[in-house]
Structure formats: structure tokens, C-alpha cells
Ligand binder design. Sequence first.
Ligand SMILES: NC(=O)c1ccc[n+]([C@@H]2O[C@H](COP(=O)([O-])OP(=O)(O)OC[C@H]3O[C@@H](n4cnc5c(N)ncnc54)[C@H](O)[C@@H]3O)[C@@H](O)[C@H]2O)c1
Length: 328
Amino acid sequence: MKISILGGGGFLGRKIAERLAQEGVYAGRRIEGLTLFDMFEPPAPAAPFPVATLAGDVVALPEAAIPVGTDVVFHLAAVVSAQAEADYDLGRRVNLRGTDAVIDACRRLVAAGGKPPRVVFTSSVASFSATQADSLPDDTKQIPGNSYGAQKAAAELILADASRRGFLDVVSVRLPTVSVRPGRPNKAASSFFSGIIREPLLGLEAELPVPDDFAVWVCSPRRAVEWLMHAGAMDTSAMGLDRSLSPPGIRITVGEMLRAMDLVRQGSSALVRRVADPAIAAIVGTWPAEFTAERARALGFAAHEPFEDVVRAFIEDDLEATKRDRGV
Ligand SMILES: NC(=O)c1ccc[n+]([C@@H]2O[C@H](COP(=O)([O-])OP(=O)(O)OC[C@H]3O[C@@H](n4cnc5c(N)ncnc54)[C@H](O)[C@@H]3O)[C@@H](O)[C@H]2O)c1
């Protein structure tokens, strides 16, 4: 089993790489090689198999990023939401042309006699728009309210077509907002959904740009990794032409997130300051706060744990490393 992670130096890419390194087997097969590709050379986890690390631009994807014999490609490389909204050219280039390059690379492998690799693509809740009151069924039309979401929806379509043509075998997972993200605040409009938990647990202040009753569709890093790994290993024969799904996240208000944090670490939410930010609120305000996620459940995507467990998991998995990284 050979695996490539594009965006392998990012938050979720590193977590998948670490998990594969710990387990040594994937989808019931021994891992024989892992390639990590990102703009900057990604760190290689200690693994019982060879790990190649590679720096470059996904738009000009080097052949070595998806070597001959690759079975599974996790395509995570992307320009994230607020940055794609602020820099239209960059977002369109990386999120669309980058996906084109992944398709072409897989197509070359198949043309050379290889098997179509499974491609796991990380799409997003941001490819939909809805009101806070909606719970979207699986057949909801994607009407993105931002360029990032439009690029993700477009990428889903061309990947599904490439799948139909036999160049690859895609599963596109429309991830909820992942919280709690370790490290530093990033350029995603959703960054504060992690910041309001991570920063207080570091003893730092955080800003909340939306009201406490603002609801969001979230998942934990542990659950996101679990789902993406399931997408890489599952039987796709029941999916037909529709290669995308919304996994079963949780709908939660930011007030409920803060209360869950206080249950785990009493008084932490006192460090959260309410500072309205209309630009951020305008982006996240178009994202649906709930999906029924029936199709994903039927396809074996695991149900979500309560948010208190998410806070505990952040403390267990990421708090110490984040403290070291931030010098806190
Ligand atoms: N984290 C979330 O809340 C969330 C929610 C929905 C969807 N997603 C999607 O999941 C994926 C992973 O998210 P993440 O949180 O790990 O993001 P991340 O920003 O940590 O990782 C993305 C990686 O892509 C790399 N990248 C950007 N441009 C590149 C280029 N031109 N060439 C090569 N690499 C490039 C970045 O360097 C980064 O390491 C992304 O596709 C993101 O859009 C994330």
C-alpha cells in the first residue's frame, strides 16, 4: 500500500501522516511507502515504512508527489476560506488548477497501466449556504456564498467526472469546521471557532466575532482524521456517480462550546472577549449549521462525540505541543 498526502505539512495532513505511521497498516494492508507533499517540506513522522517528503506547488505537481503504484491520495492542499476570499487569483489557482494537476497525475498513472488511485478530497461545509435554522438534507444544491466554497464545489464535480472516466476513484468529504485546531490562528474565516477554546486553554485572550447564539457545524480533529481515513479505505461501489458526502458533525452554538470548555476547565471562558467583526460574520454567516448526514452514516462514517470530549481531546493531543510551538 502506497499513500500520498498533498498538503501533508498542514494541520490535518500531519495528523493523518502520524496516524498512518503509528499503525503501519491501512485498509488491512501493510503500508510500503508514504509521500508527504506541501509548499514547504513537511516533517516526516517516525514510521515503520519509508516516508518521502517533498516541497513544491500543487499546481505544478511533480511526478514524485504521486509515485507509480500509489493506492491512495489524500488531496488536502488548499488555500483556505478567508485567504481565498481576500485573494481571488490565488484561491482559484490553487484550489482549481491544483485539483486539475492531481487529476492529470492520476490519469498518467492509469495511462501507464496502473490502477486508478483512491483520491480523498477535502471539500467543505462552505460549499453550501443556508440560514442558521436549516438542517440540510443530502440532496441539497451547493450554492456557495464565497469563492473558497465555489472552488471546492467545482473541484468536487471535476473529480467526480474523472472518477467516472476511470482516472481515479474519488470520495469528497465535505468537512465541517474543524475545532479545536492546534497551533496558531490561521487565515480561515473559521479560525475563531478554534481560537475561543485553544487560546483560553493556553491562558490567552481570544476574540469572538459573532454572537453567543451563533450556531456552527463542527467536528473534532480526531473525527475528521477518522472520516478521511474511512473515505480512503471504504468500498465506493454503493456511491454511484455521486462521490461527495457530508459527514455527521455536530451543530453547536458558540455559547455551548464555551460552556463545554468551562465544564472541562472552569472559568476559561472569561478570557473570551466579544468583538464583533462584520467581515468574518458575513462569511461564516452563510455556512449551514446542520446537515442530516444520512448518506454518510449509511456509508459507515462514524457519529460524533459530544463537544466536552473534543475539549478534553485537544488537551490530551495538542495542548502541550501548542504551548511549545507558541512559546507560552
Ligand atoms: N480545518 C477545517 O476546518 C476545514 C474545514 C473544511 C475543509 N477543510 C479542508 O481540509 C483540507 C485541510 O485543511 P487544514 O485545516 O489541514 O488546512 P491547512 O492550511 O493546515 O493545510 C493545507 C495545506 O495546503 C498547503 N498548500 C497551500 N497551497 C499550496 C500549494 N500551492 N501547493 C502545495 N501545497 C499548498 C498549505 O501549505 C497547507 O499546509 C483543506 O483542503 C481545507 O480546505 C478544512
